[in-house]
Design a protein around this ligand. Structure first.
Ligand code: G4P
Length: 282
């Protein structure tokens, strides 16, 4: 299977830009995909965030297996990482997130107050790989009462801030990071969830990965959904052949694979996760 390459130049630029933005804020909201929390986080993120408070949001939780998402939350909490899961697309109010952020920043502002520094809004930014829901979340934060504050003096690159009530100011452009592919499975998971472009990997091969994963973690699911009758010990490629025939697609394995992947991405197969916290222990 081909490995996916990003240009190191892109990676370095994205990192530099994110680092510049982080200097301006009090807290970083890092967005990941709840179906693939590890693959959708770039390992350099911790390095970029440094000591700054951060909130990890497992977004698209509506598409992920709720039990597994709870396991991930517990997993990250054990690491001392503040975490919440979310469906940004259908979010009506960001009150719950606002509360978590305010709690997290309480000490910081109490210390400032003790020093006689005037209170001010908490400055936030959103950071994550492409397609993880950054713009959607920004829109939810800002809602209908969109208001922009002016550029801040002393900041070389013009940065626009969105005022969210009196409590928060949010950088209007999110930090975008390239995903990092240390093992090929990361690339497959990113492609399966639609985080990276379809053309990078052949559908047929991706579908084989999906079939393998779903049969391992959700036995019987594909058979029930598509009313397939297949022997349990069938290899993934033979499974795809049978699936393609059951879909009346002859030998068009690519089209069958694409259909399967679309059904997974859209949630038609149900709310399913591709990564599990115990995988991290292996
Ligand atoms: P980005 O800024 O990080 O690149 O992501 P963006 O907000 O544009 O979101 C990417 C896609 O994911 C959008 O779909 C958006 O509606 C969807 N999305 C964001 N948050 C959620 C969520 O919590 N649940 C679900 N189910 N979907 C979410 P789109 O515009 O249709 O793009 P695409 O799906 O065609 O890529």
């Amino acid at each position: 299977m081909p490995t996916i390459q990003w240009y190191p130049g892109h990676m370095a630029k994205a990192k530099r830009e994110a680092q510049e933005k982080i200097k301006l804020v009090d807290l970083v909201i890092e967005l990941a995909d709840a179906r693939i929390p590890e693959s959708s986080r770039n390992p350099i993120i911790q390095e970029i965030i440094g000591q700054k408070p951060s909130l990890l949001i497992l977004n698209k939780a509506d598409l992920a297996d709720p039990t597994v998402t709870r396991d991930w939350e517990a997993y990250y909490q054990r690491q001392g990482q503040q975490v919440v899961s979310l469906d940004a697309q259908h979010l009506r109010s960001t009150k719950a997130i606002n509360r978590v952020i305010q709690e997290q920043m309480q000490d910081f502002f109490a210390k400032r107050k003790a020093k006689g520094i005037k209170p001010r809004a908490i400055r936030l930014m959103i950071l994550g790989i492409p397609n993880v829901g950054k713009s959607t979340l920004i829109n939810r934060f800002v809602g209908k009462n969109q208001a922009q504050t002016g550029n801040k003096p002393g900041v070389t690159k013009a940065q626009r801030w969105l005022k969210i009530g009196k409590e928060f100011e949010l950088l209007d452009t999110p930090g975008i990071l390239w995903p990092k592919f240390e093992d090929p499975m990361t690339g497959h998971h990113l492609a399966l969830t639609g985080a990276i472009k379809d053309q990078l990997l052949p559908m047929q091969e991706l579908a084989l990965v999906l079939i393998e994963q779903l049969r391992q973690h959700y036995p019987g699911l594909l058979e029930n959904h598509y009313q397939l009758e297949v022997p349990e010990d069938l290899s993934s490629s033979d499974y795809l052949i049978q699936f393609t025939q059951a879909m009346n697609l002859g030998e068009d394995f690519n089209q069958a694979g694409e259909g399967l992947i679309q059904d997974f991405r859209s949630g038609k197969l149900g709310a399913l996760s591709l990564e599990f916290p115990q995988d991290e222990v292996d």
